[in-house]
Design a protein around this ligand. Structure first.
Ligand code: NAP
Length: 336
């Protein structure tokens, strides 16, 4: 089968698509998936170089998030809610290939309303944004929410969700084009370009001087956001897309009664398993009702052009989720 297989650690531009990758063999509790679409993550770029925390033994197939069908020749573990042919999405190692294996507890039913392209980028991104706002920031309707990297994968989901939850949403991003995306696909109420100096003054002006109640930050802009965070404001530390980990001055946290909360969605499996079902139940309802709509980057890549997609992600050119289509057909939703 085809697979974007890493045989030795290198930048993705040095890796070629392999056509003779053996079909993976599911172990106990795993199922075999026919991958229809995969979604790119920045950590893919790190993983090919051995710079990501998850380091599979060589050779390994790259890619984590997927949407597809349970393969006809998949084993069906006891208690599985799935049967061969079911439309599913989830995560596992090796999504950039015709087939992959995934643990049963990392697979969910793909809502009929969504295409494989839309479903591929849900598993990591959307619960991160939902839990960041709901579980960690305890967001309430009517609150001001500032989302940084608002056109990015996690960011645009947070913009949509904050709107659905009744927030007044300020999208912040690094260019006018990305701000337009956050407005068009996210429904943001106000736009702020954080590549400009003193962008926090725009946030203060928009909020009539009070500042925002919540900052949702996948970039590493928590400290600079303190300038436009309200009294009792909450800052959610989601990621460090800008590349450096902030060291926050605790005097600023004290002065405005600020709460800084972290969010590590992947760790819920070890620490708060019961919360995972709650979050997914809420999200699947939002997708099925059309209140939330996954956003995919305008250019859809193929396995053959995957490196171009990874390049675009690496160079900050993309918005929403970047998707690679692995099977060309069958990309319409089951229910239109
Ligand atoms: N905590 C968790 O559980 C969790 C889960 C998923 C993801 N994350 C993290 O969240 C972050 C965002 O993930 P994502 O999937 O939304 O990524 P993404 O789609 O690639 O978006 C990242 C955005 O960050 C902004 N950015 C600012 N400075 C940047 C720089 N120096 N280099 C690259 N991008 C920069 C860019 O938007 P502008 O051009 O508009 O600035 C970029 O589009 C990542 O750090 C990821 O690891 C955390």
């Amino acid at each position: 089968m085809r697979g974007f297989q890493v045989k030795e650690l290198a930048h993705h531009s040095k890796i070629e698509l392999s056509y003779d990758v053996p079909e993976p063999e599911p172990k106990d509790g795993e199922i075999l998936i026919d991958v229809y679409s995969g979604a790119l993550n920045f950590f893919d770029i790190l993983q090919t170089q051995g710079k990501y925390q998850i380091k599979p033994p060589l050779p390994f197939v790259l890619g984590t998030e997927f949407a597809g069908r349970v393969a006809q020749n998949s084993p069906i573990p006891p208690g599985s809610p799935f049967k061969p042919g079911d439309r599913v999405f989830g995560a596992g190692q090796g999504a950039y290939a015709d087939k992959m294996v995934a643990k049963l507890d990392s697979v969910l039913p793909l809502p009929d309303e969504l295409t494989y392209e839309q479903g591929a980028g849900l598993y990591v991104t959307w619960p991160t944004s939902y839990e960041g706002l709901v579980g960690r920031a305890q967001m309430k309707p009517g609150e001001w929410v500032l989302v940084t990297a608002a056109a990015g994968g996690v960011g645009i989901a947070a913009v949509q969700l904050a709107k659905v939850l009744g927030g007044k949403v300020i999208a912040a991003a690094g260019s006018q084009e990305k701000l337009e995306i956050a407005k068009r696909y996210g429904g943001a109420d106000y736009l702020v370009d954080y590549s400009k100096p003193e962008w926090q003054k725009d946030v203060l002006r928009i909020t009539n001087g009070s500042g925002v109640d919540i900052v949702f930050d996948p970039v590493g802009l928590v400290q600079s956001s303190f300038k436009c965070l309200a009294w009792r404001g909450r800052a959610v530390v989601v990621g460090f897309a800008a590349g450096s980990i902030e060291k926050l001055p605790s005097n600023l946290i004290l002065l405005k009664n600020i709460s800084v909360v972290g969010l590590h969605w992947g760790a819920y499996r070890n620490h708060e398993k019961e919360r995972i079902d709650v979050v997914w139940k809420a999200l699947l309802e939002l997708f099925s009702s059309g209140k939330a709509k996954p956003v995919t980057y305008s250019e859809i890549f193929s396995l053959e052009s995957l490196t171009q997609g990874l390049d675009a992600l690496e160079h900050r050119k993309t918005y929403g989720k970047v998707v690679v289509n692995i099977k060309k057909n069958d990309t319409v939703p089951a229910k239109l």
